[in-house]
Design a protein around this ligand. Structure first.
Ligand SMILES: Cc1cc2nc3c(=O)[nH]c(=O)nc-3n(C[C@H](O)[C@H](O)[C@H](O)COP(=O)(O)OP(=O)(O)OC[C@H]3O[C@@H](n4cnc5c(N)ncnc54)[C@H](O)[C@@H]3O)c2cc1C
Length: 409
């Protein structure tokens, strides 16, 4: 008889990454529990299932195809046909097109809310156990298992597992509890998020404009709305958040220009302070950190979730291989295989986002000229453009089965 409190895997955090991992493994006979701090009902979703708009890269599309839920995601997703990158007030620009990637879209824009709803519906009809709302009280090790003490409905219970996956987001209290260090860089920037409606059709083009205070992105949404991600210094963001709609729209118009005609309407605004968080090391005995708990990135290139989903794809493949070979899925050997495979992807994206922020924040005239020449070079050299687009799409040299769009189990 199975011990009611012993699990093969416990996932801490039912955000987009934790829920995707559980969904990817739902067809295995592994016994899995998800512990989520927030309530898990239709009207009370985890806080990360919000109105935030996310660009899903081609690799994420394939991962969700492999998980078997892309068909439910795509009806509410807007495909991106082209990305227009420019440096405000300077000559450089680059246009990236879906043909450069050889796919029907460069990526898809979807709300975190919709993605969360699809994941929740998938898990609610599976054998994955959801413990929510539940708080972790204590974590203890013994040789073969890791024991998590949880408080739910004012009752304390323990779950023992061979592998604890920590996916509890950028602040990750559990990461600290396990002695995993988080290296943090405060970008001194705040992203203001809102839906805006321009007068001209967006034609499924996404815009990324680098400005003196940080990047400004406009992503295409249904009904000709656009999702705005406007990066400002914290002080500027505070002032802008307090403006009325008409002052907000006219400042945005001035900063973005008239490429989309006149901005006519702005919806509710949200502000997110931006920082880089990097967990080191990624594993402890029988525990591994993934998603934002492992790496919280600047949203400049829209890659945080995409990278978290590739963590999921690499971990699923490593764990399933080890399980099918009769090995211990939580052993140091299994976890080191995962780290060796996935860490270079982390390094590459952390470098990319960090360099983009630093290079475009610099006002030194020779560097401004160089970066604008760089943009024009990417625009005019097809092999360079193709390589850049593949990088942004998350196409790896040794892709996991899920990144190839294939189910792992
Ligand atoms: C403005 C903005 C725009 C972005 N745009 C993009 C984009 O275009 N493309 C992209 O790929 N990424 C984007 N991102 C990043 C993306 O939103 C995140 O990478 C992603 O949501 C991280 O998911 P996660 O599940 O790792 O963490 P989270 O979403 O933070 O989820 C963590 C979960 O853990 C739960 N939790 C916390 N503590 C505990 C605990 N102790 N016990 C149990 N549960 C706990 C929380 O309730 C939550 O449900 C953007 C981010 C921002 C801020």
């Amino acid at each position: 008889m199975t011990n009611p409190n012993i699990y093969d895997m416990v996932i801490l955090g039912g955000g987009l990454v934790g829920a995707s991992l559980a969904s990817a493994l739902r067809a295995t006979s592994l016994r899995i529990a998800v512990i989520e701090a927030a309530p898990w009902f239709t009207k009370h979703r985890p806080p990360s299932y919000d109105d935030r708009v996310l660009v899903l890269s081609y690799s994420s599309q394939r991962i969700f195809t492999g998980i078997g839920i892309w068909e439910q995601i795509v009806p509410a997703a807007t495909p991106i046909q082209q990305i227009h990158v420019s440096d405000q007030g300077h000559f450089g620009f680059t246009r990236l097109k879906n043909q450069d990637l050889g796919t029907s879209a460069l990526g898809h824009v979807v709300t975190a809310l919709h993605l969360g709803q699809v994941l929740q519906a998938t898990l609610n009809t599976s054998s994955i156990e959801i413990w929510a709302p539940a708080q972790v009280v204590q974590i203890q090790y013994n040789n073969q298992l890791i024991t998590v003490t949880v408080n739910q409905n004012e009752q304390t219970q323990t779950l023992s597992t061979r592998l604890l996956v920590i996916a509890d987001g950028g602040r990750s209290p559990v990461r600290q509890q396990l002695g995993i260090t988080s290296h943090e860089v405060d970008y001194q920037q705040t992203a203001i998020i809102a839906h805006v409606t321009p007068s001209s059709p967006h034609q499924q083009v996404a815009y990324e404009r680098f400005t003196a205070s940080g990047p400004l992105a406009l992503l295409p949404l249904p009904d000709n709305h656009c999702s705005l991600v406007w990066t400002k210094t914290p002080a500027q963001a505070k002032t802008i958040m307090a403006w009325n709609d008409s002052a907000f729209l006219s400042a945005l118009q001035q900063e973005f220009g008239w490429r989309l005609g006149q901005f006519r309407h702005v919806g509710q605004r949200h502000a997110y302070p931006l920082r880089l968080v990097r967990a080191q090391p990624l594993t402890r005995s029988r525990a591994v950190v993934i998603g934002n708990a492992a790496h919280t990135l600047h949203p400049v290139a829209g890659q945080g979730l995409n990278l978290g989903l590739r963590d999921v794809a690499s971990l699923v493949e490593t764990v399933v291989n080890s399980w099918q070979n009769g090995e211990d899925i939580g052993s140091a050997t299994t976890l080191q295989r995962y780290v060796a495979w996935q860490q270079p992807d982390h390094q590459r994206l952390i470098n990319l986002t960090d360099q983009l922020i630093n290079v475009f924040a610099n006002t030194l005239p020779p560097l401004v000229v160089l970066r604008n020449l760089g943009l024009l070079m990417i625009d005019s050299l097809p092999p360079l453009k193709k390589q850049f687009v593949r990088q942004m799409a998350g196409m790896k040299s040794y892709p996991s089965r899920l990144v190839r769009g294939l189910p792992r189990v």
